[in-house]
Design a protein around this ligand. Structure first.
Ligand code: XUL
Ligand code: CO
Length: 445
């Protein structure tokens, strides 16, 4: 195990590299299930899970909410200038990534570098910080899972970025997308994400929806073309979310975005980044939106978090529910993995969690929850009767007339003839409880 890379000062003193201690350990600062090098099937846990820490929640968000300011004092926020603070934040972030033992991180342009209204100043800030991040990546071996641009915080984007009714704002949004794509390429980022923060509407009364969606497609096409022209080879990822901050967001859910990408010929370059709490906001389960994306061949990456069953908003909690992680990993394993995507913890510690070690505890819990989800999902698929049971449910399509139907060889009239001959179909139980019991049985092993 290599020694943690430490910058000019240590931001998380008293915490070393997080060890794996196994399920009997009560040490809060140790992994109980995540053992990076342990093989699950053909790949190691690290290769399956491809964990990333996000910059914005972990190092930028001091706990502010609509009712009050931040509650945490971040030592990296004490510098005398915005650039000095950004440099200190970078050191703190790489110290954290290294001590936690994650292979990847993700950022928005203005998490990494200070924002500026002046275009040249904005670009200079980002280039300066990208050069430093590149050095930290080389020194630590930590890689960039994805970069993105924040096109939703600045007041100029209040009516949207690419879908803004004012062309001047659409053009200004291009400044950030162009710079963030360049930053991602420079840092070897394996994906690039578009979360359409305010691409949607607050009211249909003043909105020309079709025109905005056409602008969105035009903008994404330009971004794709620019990205490819500067050597970006990875996946471009759209992150669906149905609402918040807008009343309605155009990238509503997996099914909506799949239709949009196909309609505009973008489905070869773009895939989806599915976030658990966004899926639940759209009235689906996390597993549902993953499955829809995967069935379209579009599941590219995951923002791992969870919502709160009693709250109707995006609480971005760390994932701890094993039932959810088993379900998610079943989808991922069935499609043969997530690479070049990964599992990014788009999650924040609670406002009341104010100690430096809380950030470690939250990530350890999330990583262990997905490691256990991976183990159980793999066992269910490889060793349990699950896949056989599911296949048997559809066995009538594997031969005879059922197979002919799947292959398009029968007409509606043919089906009527078959039905008239066969008589009333026998009732066949869905046996849902059998599957539910199997998950718990394997979780308890
Ligand atoms: C917001 C959200 C974003 C994206 C990146 O709900 O999920 O953090 O992941 O812009
Ligand atoms: Co997200």
């Amino acid at each position: 195990m290599s020694a943690p890379f430490i910058g000019k000062r240590e931001y998380f003193p008293g915490i070393g590299r997080i060890p794996f201690e196994g399920r009997e350990s009560d040490n809060p600062l140790a992994f109980k299930h995540y053992e990076a090098d342990r093989k699950i099937g053909e790949k190691t846990m690290a290769e399956h899970l491809r964990f990333a820490v996000c910059y914005w929640h972990s190092f930028g968000n001091a706990g502010h909410d609509p009712f009050g300011p931040g509650t945490r004092n971040y030592p990296w926020d004490a510098g005398s200038s915005p650039i000095a603070r950004a440099e200190a934040k970078l050191d703190a972030a790489f110290e954290f990534f290294t001590k936690l033992g994650v292979p990847y991180y993700c950022f928005h342009d203005i998490d990494l570098a200070p924002d500026a209204d002046d275009v040249i100043e904005y670009e200079k800030h980002l280039q300066h910080m990208v050069a430093l991040a590149k050095m930290r990546q080389q020194a630590s071996g930590i890689k960039l899972l994805w970069g993105t641009a924040n096109l939703f915080s600045h007041p100029r984007y209040m009516n949207g970025a690419a879908t803004n009714p004012d062309f001047a704002v659409v053009a200004r949004a291009a400044v950030q997308i162009k710079a963030a794509l360049e930053a991602t390429v420079e840092l070897g980022g394996e994906n690039y994400v578009f979360w359409g923060g305010r691409e949607g509407y607050a009211s249909l009364h003043n909105t020309h929806m079709k025109r905005e969606l056409d602008h969105f497609a035009r903008f994404l096409t330009m971004a794709r073309d620019y990205g490819r022209s500067i050597g970006f080879k990875g996946n471009l990822l759209i992150e669906p979310k149905p609402m918040e901050p807008m009343k309605h967001q155009y990238d509503f859910d997996s099914a909506t975005v799949a239709g949009f990408l196909h309609k505009h010929g973008l489905d070869k370059d773009f895939k989806l980044n599915i976030e658990a709490n966004h899926a639940t906001l759209s009235g689906h389960t996390f597993e549902h939106d993953l499955q829809v994306a995967s069935d379209h061949g579009l599941l590219g990456s995951i923002d791992a978090n969870r919502g709160n069953a009693q709250n109707g908003w995006d609480t971005d909690q760390f994932p701890t529910d094993l039932y959810d992680t088993v379900g998610a990993m079943m989808v991922v394993l069935r499609q043969g993995g997530l690479a070049p995507g990964g599992l990014n913890f788009d999650a924040k510690v609670r406002r009341e969690s104010t100690d430096a070690d809380d950030l470690f505890l939250a990530h350890i819990g999330g990583m262990d929850a997905f490691a256990r989800g991976l183990e159980v999902a793999h066992a269910l698929l490889a060793r349990s009767p699950w896949e056989t049971w599911r296949a048997e449910r559809y066995a009538s399509f594997d031969k005879g007339a059922g197979k002919d139907f799947e292959q398009g060889k029968l007409s509606l009239a043919d089906l009527r003839e078959l039905a008239a001959q066969q008589g009333e179909p026998a009732k066949r139980s869905g046996k849902q409880e059998r599957y539910e019991n199997l998950i718990n049985q394997y979780l308890m092993r």
